[in-house]
Design a protein around this ligand. Structure first.
Ligand code: ADP
Ligand code: MG
Length: 230
């Protein structure tokens, strides 16, 4: 219960988020400014400097991009979709990249309708974030199991990897903005995903065992019309 409270506070603390964004964007901006000043004073900007400047600009772009996903409430339109197709689209999108990394996706989708009311592009973003994390956790390759099944009025999606796993003390930090242990990570994927699932009245959970793998469990309410049919 305390954990739930902590989590909801975390998700509503706009100030904390704003401070994080400012900090994360200020760092690359400081670098960019430094290089431009160097150019002004010495006219000695070389290719390496320009490369660094470009990668700092890319980083700002990446961070701002992740936030844009959250920041377009007017464009949000809920539609009824079968989540098996939404997941199928995302899997096809990532399939060739997975293949290159010796990763296979194994799906187990039930035969029953899995309709939910959702903003499909946002849900796609969640699945991309989760599947990418799973892939990044398996540098040697392996299997990612994706299952969808109905449980009373809920729809459960589970995504299980055979990756490095997450130590217990780190699990509580997941979803904190900018929490990452990757060199090129933004530490925003899980936070954005949790927010999107929350806005769909769903639950986003992570279970993990070091050296064994990680399971992300997403529970969403089934579309009402679908329930009355059964
Ligand atoms: P990023 O991927 O940019 O680091 P995320 O918010 O997506 O940011 O993930 C935050 C951190 O959670 C990752 O840096 C990683 O340490 C951990 N993590 C997330 N998913 C997994 C996973 N499937 N296996 C192992 N660690 C994970
Ligand atoms: Mg990620």
């Amino acid at each position: 219960m305390e954990e739930l409270l902590r989590r909801s506070e975390k998700l509503t603390t706009v100030g904390q988020l704003a401070a994080g964004v400012a900090h994360e964007i200020r760092n690359p901006l400081t670098t960019l400014r430094g290089f431009l000043q160097l150019q002004l004073q010495t006219e000695k900007l070389n290719t390496r400097h320009v490369d660094l400047m470009l990668s700092e600009l890319d980083r700002i772009n990446l961070i701002v991009g992740e936030f844009l996903i959250l920041a377009k409430p007017q464009a949000t339109r809920f539609e009824v979709r079968d989540i098996r197709f939404t997941l199928g689209d995302v899997i096809s999108l990532l399939d060739s990249q997975a293949h290159l990394c010796n990763i296979v996706f194994v799906t187990e989708f039930g035969q029953e309708d899995c309709q939910i009311s959702c903003e499909e592009n946002q849900l796609k973003q969640v699945f991309i974030n989760v599947l990418k994390n799973a892939m990044e956790a398996m540098p040697q390759g392996g299997q990612i199991a994706i299952t969808v099944h109905r449980q009373e009025r809920q729809l459960c999606v589970s995504i299980t990897d055979e990756g490095i796993g997450i130590p217990e003390e780190k699990i509580a930090k997941l979803g904190d903005p900018f929490y990452t242990d990757k060199d090129a990570g933004t530490g925003l994927g899980i936070m954005v995903s949790q927010r999107i699932i929350q806005s769909h009245q769903g639950i986003f959970e992570i279970k993990s065992k070091v050296g064994v793998g990680t399971t992300v469990l997403i529970t969403l309410p089934l579309y009402k019309a679908d329930i009355s049919k059964t």
